[in-house]
Structures are given as C-alpha cells and as structure tokens.
Design a protein around this ligand. Structure first.
Ligand SMILES: [Ca+2]
Ligand SMILES: [Ca+2]
Ligand SMILES: [Ca+2]
Length: 378
C-alpha cells in the first residue's frame, strides 16, 4: 500500500513537470499589438546579431561581430528589398592587431553612397584597436573594398551621419574610475576629414584636446557592476543627439545650435529600475520619439520628444519579455532597433537580438537561435 502510494505520487510529480515544461510561459509586458514576431532566424554565420541600417531603396544591412562562435568571421549581411533574400555583403576586415573583424553599429551614408561600420575590437584588445570602417560600394551595391576611416578608438559602438559629419560613440575611456564612475563619449568627425586619410583619435588621457571629441557620459555601475558608457546614438531631423550608457541606462541629449555647434550634453532620464541599460537606439520621425533597446531587461522603451520639450518626462515602455530563445520572435537581449517600411509601405520596427550573455542580464543563455524580430507599428 505504502509502496504504491509513493509510486503514484512520483508519477504525478513527473507528469506535472512535463506539462510545466511544455507550457512554460514567457512573461510579457506591453500592448499585444506590439508583440515582436520573427523576422529572420540566421544560422551560425550570424551568431551575434548587432547593427541595423537601410539604404534609400529599403535594402537592410545587418552586422554581426560573431563573438560567441569565433570560428565564423564577423560579417555584414544584406536583405534585398525586392526579393526579400538575404546574402553576405562582406566579412569584417580583420584587424592587424587582433586578427578579427568585428562589425557592430553600421550606417548607410547617403552623402557618399557607402556603408560605414564600427569595428569593435575591445573584447579582444583594449589597446585602441577599434576602428570605423568604410565599405566602398559600386553602383550595383556590391562591396569593392574596405577602408579605415577612423582609428585609435577604444570600443566603437554606434555610428550616425548628419549634414556631412559622422558621429560615433566610444563606450570606454578606461581612465581609471574616479568614485567608481566609468566614462564614455561621443565624437564628431567631418566626412571630409577622413575621405582621403584615416583620422586618428587622440589617446583618452588627452580627450579634452581631441578636436573630434564632442561630449562625455558618466556611468555609475549598478548591481551588475558594469561601467560601460555611451552605446546607442540617434539623431533627430534637426540634428539633436540622443545617447545612453550601457552600464546604467543614463539617457542624454545634446542639442544642435543654429551655427551647427552643440550645447553641452544634458542628462534627461535616469531610472535604473525601469531603464537599467541603454543599448542601440533609433529616431522614429513619424512619432517624434526615440526608441531604445534595453539589453538588460529584454525590453524596448520610448522617449517622447514633444513631452521633453514641454518639460515633462518622455519615458515610455513599448515591450518587454522574460528570458526566451527568440525562436518565435520574442526579444532575446535586444541591442538595436530600426524603423523600416515594408513593400506595402507599412511602418515596422526591426530589432536585432544580440544574445550574448553578460552578468546580470535577463538573457541567461547564448542559444542557437540568432534572430531579428519585427514589430508592426501601425
Ligand atoms: Ca550597441
Ligand atoms: Ca536567441
Ligand atoms: Ca538567449
């Protein structure tokens, strides 16, 4: 009798576990109409999805530094607007210092018709090995060669263009922590300056003397002890900059003045509970807002610029989900959002999922699904 009872109990427990696994529910927050769906699941060729950009024809370019499976070179892939087909545009040019090419943030430059990407060498070398690279394209959009536009960068992360200037974030200054604060910054480099030669940034000990240095970020590390500085960067149509820190989600703006210079950067939002990590961000012109990806919370947030102008808090939440592989499109360490119009002219948000765990993030496993998500914004 006793033995039978034990047998039944164990059987019931086993059944409960199996059902629980089958229906393990991912927790989600946000309006169901913004639920992310699967846009693309790559194979191992793209094993750490990162940057996103598009050209005027609607072709999408996507970078992957491939830091998890290093047997695969860092790569830039392209999605043809008409056919929807993906192909490899080029591998990231290998750094002579590390032997790796690590494309991260990238941006199509309408002014010269080329593609630029941040080559993040920081995880392999902290000795200023990172660069900004120019992929020279021909009229058919094929990659002809890759040139170094800017070098001597610590961790080149995001890149944007505005009226003949390139803006980049450098996530680490590595100047030693004063009161535990980590520094990062934003640089502004005229395209003309790096057209025929490589621009070299000054060492961080001299950052204030660097003619290309624009503004700094300060990161006071949170519980996950990360002092990473400026990561995502967005520019409005008026040329105003928005950027935030990866380590603590500090969110800044620097306003462009009529003469083209910039006001000092201003901290406009800091709330580590709701926004502990600012990864890639983008400007949503139709809604006059910034969309921010939060690698730590597996979330997408918004910043309403009209509210900010009225002196109100512009922060809002778009979507968040608990840990998931992303196999069906849910967020898995979102690192870069991009507004894009499909063939029907419908506004979509494409989101790259980095899926490379760091301590303290919602994402717990570098799984086998390497994905882009899509959210219908209409
Ligand atoms: Ca980033
Ligand atoms: Ca995944
Ligand atoms: Ca994962």
């Amino acid at each position: 009798m006793n033995r039978m009872f034990v047998g039944l109990t164990l059987g019931a427990a086993a059944a409960t576990m199996a059902v629980g696994d089958l229906f393990a529910k991912v927790q989600t927050w946000g309006d169901e109409k913004y639920r992310p769906r699967l846009f693309k699941n790559f194979g191992d060729i793209v094993n750490v999805p990162d940057g996103l950009t598009k050209d005027p024809q609607g072709n999408i370019y996507h970078s992957a530094p491939n830091l998890v499976k290093k047997d695969y070179p860092g790569v830039i892939v392209k999605r043809d607007f008409k056919s929807g087909r993906w192909s490899v545009l080029c591998a990231g040019l290998r750094s002579p210092k590390t032997g790796y090419g690590r494309p991260m943030g990238l941006e199509f430059c309408e002014e010269d018709g080329n593609l630029y990407y941040c080559d993040n060498q920081y995880f392999d070398s902290k000795d200023y090995a990172s660069r900004v690279m120019r992929v020279v394209l021909n009229k058919k959009g094929e990659a002809l060669r890759i040139e170094t536009a800017v070098d001597n960068v610590k961790l080149a992360n995001a890149i944007r263009f505005y009226k003949g200037d390139m803006f980049i974030t450098d996530t680490y200054f590595d100047l030693g922590r004063k009161d535990g604060i980590g520094m990062g910054g934003v640089y502004r480099i005229p395209l003309a300056a790096c057209k025929d030669k490589t621009v070299s940034l000054l060492p961080k000990t001299d950052y204030k003397k660097d003619p290309y240095f624009l503004c700094a970020t300060e990161t006071k590390p949170l519980e996950r002890k990360d002092d990473s500085g400026a990561d995502g960067l967005a520019i409005t149509k008026e040329g105003h900059l928005y950027f935030g820190t990866f380590g603590s989600g500090r969110f800044y703006t620097a306003k462009r003045k009529a003469d083209g210079s910039y006001e000092p950067a201003k901290l406009i939002f800091e709330d580590p509970k709701r926004f502990p990590c600012c990864d890639g961000i983008c400007y949503d012109e139709a809604e006059n807002r910034i969309i921010m990806s939060d690698s730590c919370l597996n979330a997408l947030h918004t910043w309403d610029i009209a509210k900010e102008a009225k002196g109100e808090c512009g922060f809002g939440e778009l979507w968040r989900n608990s840990d998931d592989t992303g196999a069906h499109g849910l967020l898995d360490q979102p690192c870069e959002p991009m507004i894009w119009k499909d063939k029907q002219g419908k506004r979509k948000l494409i989101v790259a999922n980095f899926d490379m765990t760091f301590p303290g993030l919602e994402n717990k496993k570098n799984d086998k699904f390497h994905t882009l998500s899509v959210i219908n914004l209409e």
